[in-house]
Write a protein that binds this ligand. Structure first.
Ligand code: LMR
Length: 424
């Protein structure tokens, strides 16, 4: 049929604008999404033209000159892998070598769980991807059961479990008056949750508060979670980055393992290896036996296949080369300790600078807290003043990314914090 007589022809003659409108109208009423509370801060920082601007929003490591860092072990691994591999698809579960190395790092080099093949594990798109995969797995095989998340927690945890269709509940974690752990509140909430609930725990360097339970408190938490038959899911985004020792930072995991829990675990190499944009991580689920682990892994793969088919190769090659080579691993351990130590040092310097300026407020929590963040206790309005008057960018919950502070800007930041908090 000639186009002039056809329905399409008539439509085209009526004007192409109508055609375009018909095609596009289904998303005309879509509202603009709110800005991400963390990544939105980076957008605002980049748009600011002030030479004094400082970004202590997103948790991304900077050296003492304020520059992003590529670790030497990573540079060396990149040299070794350059041209050494075909760019083939990884298996659905990702790099077997990366998964093996990740399990050794988290569960221990000589773990019986690894020997007994009791761990179902797949490469994941960093910590976020690992959490999301687990949330989808939880929703599919334990539908309707809520996950308890700490107050506060990393803002994306809310989105991850919500988008996976898992009901969310909260448990008390942080006590604003002491700027420390609300241990009794936390224990009470674990006790009062219906038996068999899921609990999301930060293995170390709690984000955003930098407040971790002591070893003794972890033991009590573990016993109570066991008595209640809850399932612990650990997000371990900072192994090695908190104290400088990957073993020490995995202490909570080893306590739970000793107590005989089955656990879920998200690992990330964003912070501790500086592989932020490579999206390298691992999701593992400790099962009762090998048969169960095989089944769980197959189901995790069934979830990831229609989402992204298989994970990316390059970052997995880097991380597994570093962890799999004794010389590079030794270098990594030194470098991750170097990053942790710089942050620990900056905590002391920031506190000292605030005290030197005669701040009437207590700042001990800056040095008591651990990891990438300091939960300063500043109000959203004080944070707004820091941004508007001093071009200092941070999340409105008062979280300071310590990684963005250096010897060059610590005085400026302390001055500004003092200005906005002194009359509080
Ligand atoms: C953060 O908390 O700033 C980081 O984990 C980066 C992110 O993705 O939010």
């Amino acid at each position: 049929m000639a186009i002039s007589n056809s329905f399409t022809g008539k439509l085209l003659r009526r004007g192409s604008a109508d055609g375009v409108r018909l095609m596009s109208s289904w998303f005309r009423n879509v509202d603009q999404a709110p800005k991400d509370p963390i990544l939105g801060v980076t957008e605002a920082f980049l748009a600011d033209q002030s030479p004094n601007k400082v970004n202590v929003g997103v948790g991304a490591y900077r050296d003492d000159n304020g520059k992003p860092v590529v670790l030497e072990c990573v540079r060396e691994a990149e040299k070794r892998i350059a041209g050494s591999q075909f760019m083939e698809y990884l298996p659905m579960g990702g790099s077997i070598k990366l998964v093996e190395e990740s399990l050794k790092l988290a569960y221990g080099e000589n773990s019986d769980f690894i020997k007994d093949k009791r761990i179902a594990a797949v490469q994941a798109l960093s910590g976020t991807g690992a959490c999301r995969l687990f949330a989808a797995f939880q929703q599919r095989f334990h539908p309707g059961t809520q996950i308890y998340i700490p107050v506060p927690t990393w803002s994306n945890h809310h989105n991850i479990w919500k988008d996976a269709g898992v009901p969310l509940k909260t448990f008390r974690y942080y006590y604003p008056e002491s700027r420390g752990l609300d241990f009794s509140g936390l224990m009470e909430d674990i006790k009062n949750a219906p038996n068999g609930s899921f609990f999301l725990l930060h293995a170390c360097a709690h984000n955003p508060t930098g407040v971790d339970p002591t070893e003794e408190q972890w033991r009590e938490i573990s016993s109570l979670i066991k008595a209640k038959g809850h399932f612990p899911f650990f997000d371990m985004a900072y192994q090695g980055f908190a104290s400088g020792s990957p073993e020490r930072d995995a202490k909570a995991i080893s306590i739970f393992l000793e107590d005989g829990h089955l656990i879920g675990l998200a690992q990330s190499y964003a912070k501790n290896m500086g592989l932020y944009g490579q999206r390298v991580g691992c999701l593992s689920v400790l099962c009762e036996d090998e048969k169960q682990a095989v089944a769980v892994k197959s189901q995790l793969q069934l979830i990831s296949r229609p989402m992204y088919s298989n994970p990316p190769l390059h970052g997995a090659l880097i991380a597994s080369t570093v962890l799999g080579d004794p010389e590079l691993k030794k270098l990594w351990l030194e470098e991750v300790k170097g990053m942790a130590d710089r942050i620990i040092g900056m905590r002391a310097t920031l506190r000292e600078n605030l005290e030197k300026r005669g701040s009437p407020l207590p700042w001990q929590h800056i040095t008591d807290q651990i990891g990438m963040f300091c939960y300063s206790g500043m109000t959203p309005e004080q944070v707004d003043r820091l941004t508007n008057e001093f071009h200092i960018y941070m999340t409105r919950n008062g979280r300071i990314s310590m990684a963005g502070i250096n010897s060059g800007n610590v005085g400026y930041i302390a001055d500004a914090i003092h200005q906005v908090t002194k009359s509080a």
